[in-house]
Design a protein. Structure first.
Length: 166
């Protein structure tokens, strides 16, 4: 496919691109002819920072897991700051620490919670089904790990997930 602009449309296109290049140049404190190199450098820096953030998040999760006691039949953790794979990673850290069943909830009461529930010795699918029925949730998974989302109050969710009837 070939596209072509002629006349005033070509001039308008050039003016728009020139304005964008000048604005980007100013934002990056780079000469207009060096904008591409400056963007490449920013992209490289962003990639490096993502790696550092991921490493720090792993350390934070390890510290967080060390603070959480695993002396109950079901360990339930609510943390609005968790995102991405962090709930699953925290659950695995707590299972490694000796938790029989671990449920991690990320989110809040207004927007709902994402959850991940796991165990190395118990089928957690019945618990998942019970939670979904009680709180209008959705989700499922394998016997050793389920995940999904639900809406409810933390106290009610905690009471249901920690109920001993399985």
């Amino acid at each position: 496919r070939i596209t072509m602009l002629c006349g005033f449309r070509a001039l308008a296109d050039y003016d728009r691109k020139d304005e964008n290049t000048k604005a980007i140049s100013s934002l990056l404190s780079a000469k207009e002819c060096e904008v591409a190199d400056a963007v490449a450098s920013l992209k490289e820096d962003a990639g490096s920072l993502k790696g550092k953030v991921a490493s720090l998040q792993q350390k934070m999760l390890a510290y967080r897991a060390a603070e959480i006691p695993v002396d109950e039949d079901v360990v339930a953790v609510f943390d609005a700051s968790l995102s991405g794979n962090a709930p699953r990673e925290l659950m695995n850290l707590l299972l490694n620490k000796g938790a029989k069943v671990c449920a991690v909830f990320a989110g809040n009461e207004e927007e709902g919670y994402r959850y991940v529930i796991g165990s190395r010795e118990t089928d957690v699918r019945p618990l998942c089904k019970r939670m979904n029925n009680a709180f209008g949730g959705r989700g499922g998974g394998k016997p050793e790990m389920v995940q999904g989302s639900l809406l409810g109050r933390e106290e009610a969710i905690r009471a249901e997930v920690c109920a001993v009837d399985g």
